[in-house]
Write a protein that binds this ligand. Structure first.
Ligand code: PLP
Length: 372
């Protein structure tokens, strides 16, 4: 067994082993009800990083009574699919929602179980994605030449053993029309020991392979995590981050700025900041949508543009991701555009006067491009 496998096998999965929870047996009994339906997992590396019950790391992985407030029973959870992913699966475990890219689910296991997970209906349960299911998914990609980008997800693809991962990456990489492969993972920030030289040697063989790494708080970036990110960068993996906006965890401009700066220093480009999804039992994590816009406005102009992710709402019901921007267009017409800059002053940009450009700029769509 490798070190990361040992750390994973020593995970906290039972209520009585949770750190910093009240002694009350009645309270624990309530948590057991939650955990029966939505499992607990805190691997022993991540557990070591948790310092107290106020800890932003604690809040992400330890169930609380608040989970019961918008939570009914197992039945509800099983059908809970806020983004209607099941509705866009032409074959099992493959989501084809956008024209040219697909999401391929490899497993149901994660290094930690996030209480706000959008795939609660699957994660942590014993059911596995079978070889046959995976074969069908890869076959679908092979047959659909419009698919030029695949995002491996789950679960967490990096919990798949090296030889299996090597095989899957090899099959995908051999598909001529597939231009890029992405891995969506929370492993680098929550089980950094998984980033081994052997893993990097495998990843190196399949360029262009991108990582989208889930990070929510600056305290996740420990020396061990920095070492793993360094190894991935040295292996030539371009890295982006995905962050979920969570109440009382990271809904604060200063915390976000610290996170994004730390990511940049470790060669990770902040990619998406997500409004929390409408997952059952996670209402207490949701913020007002305005909060995300305020954070983006506080950052824009005040720090490297490279360090600012796109703020996105993944629309309930399967409409996909929609980017939101703080208001920067004061006035927009065929003659001019009035724009508010980062410190609140308004500037005028006169439009060109030729006929063709008037036609091009008169559509409302361009407002979005102007503000992007
Ligand atoms: C997020 C997502 C993608 C990838 O979106 P990008 O904006 O290209 O990063 C693809 N498919 C599904 C279903 C998604 O939710």
């Amino acid at each position: 067994m490798q070190e990361w496998q040992k750390l994973l096998s020593r995970s906290v999965v039972k209520v009585e082993d949770l750190p910093f929870i009240p002694e009350s047996e009645e309270y624990r009994e309530r948590l057991r009800k939650v955990a029966e339906v939505f499992p607990i997992r805190i691997n022993s590396y991540f557990l070591d990083q948790i310092k107290s019950a106020d800890d932003p790391l604690w809040k992400q992985v330890v169930p609380t009574e608040a989970e019961l407030e918008d939570f009914f029973d197992e039945e509800d959870l099983l059908i809970s699919d806020p983004l209607n992913e099941e509705g866009d699966m032409p074959v099992p475990e493959l989501v084809h929602r956008y024209p040219d890219r697909v999401l391929l689910m490899l497993n149901n296991q994660c290094p930690i179980i996030c209480r706000f997970c959008t795939r609660k209906r699957k994660i942590g349960f014993p059911g596995i994605v079978t070889r046959e299911t995976l074969r069908q998914g890869i076959e679908y990609i092979r047959e659909h030449t419009e698919v030029r980008d695949v995002i491996m997800s789950g679960g967490d693809p990096l919990l798949v053993p090296d030889n299996e991962l090597d095989r899957i990456l090899g099959e995908l990489h051999a598909i001529p029309h597939l231009e890029i492969i992405r891995i969506g993972t929370r492993v680098p920030g929550t089980l950094p020991q998984r980033i081994t030289k052997e893993l990097c040697d495998i990843l190196k063989k399949y360029p262009p392979l991108f990582f989208n790494i889930h990070f929510n708080h600056p305290s996740e970036i420990t020396p061990e995590v920095e070492k793993g990110l360094g190894m991935l960068a040295e292996a030539g993996i371009p890295m982006g981050s995905q962050t979920v906006l969570l109440k009382d965890v990271n809904d604060d401009s200063a915390i976000m700025k610290e996170l994004f700066h730390k990511l940049l220093k470790n060669r990770v480009k902040p990619y998406y900041l997500f409004q929390a999804d409408m997952t059952l039992g996670s209402n207490h994590f949701r913020t007002m949508v305005q909060k995300g816009l305020d954070i983006i406005r506080d950052l824009q102009g005040h720090t490297s543009g490279m360090g600012i992710p796109a703020f996105v709402v993944d629309t309930p019901g399967g409409g996909g991701k929609v980017r939101l921007l703080p208001d920067s267009v004061v006035e927009f017409n065929e003659k001019e555009v009035l724009l508010r800059n980062y410190d609140g002053k308004v500037y005028r940009y006169p439009q060109p006067t030729s006929e063709t450009s008037e036609k091009e700029t008169s559509s409302k769509d361009n407002v979005c491009q102007m503000t992007a």
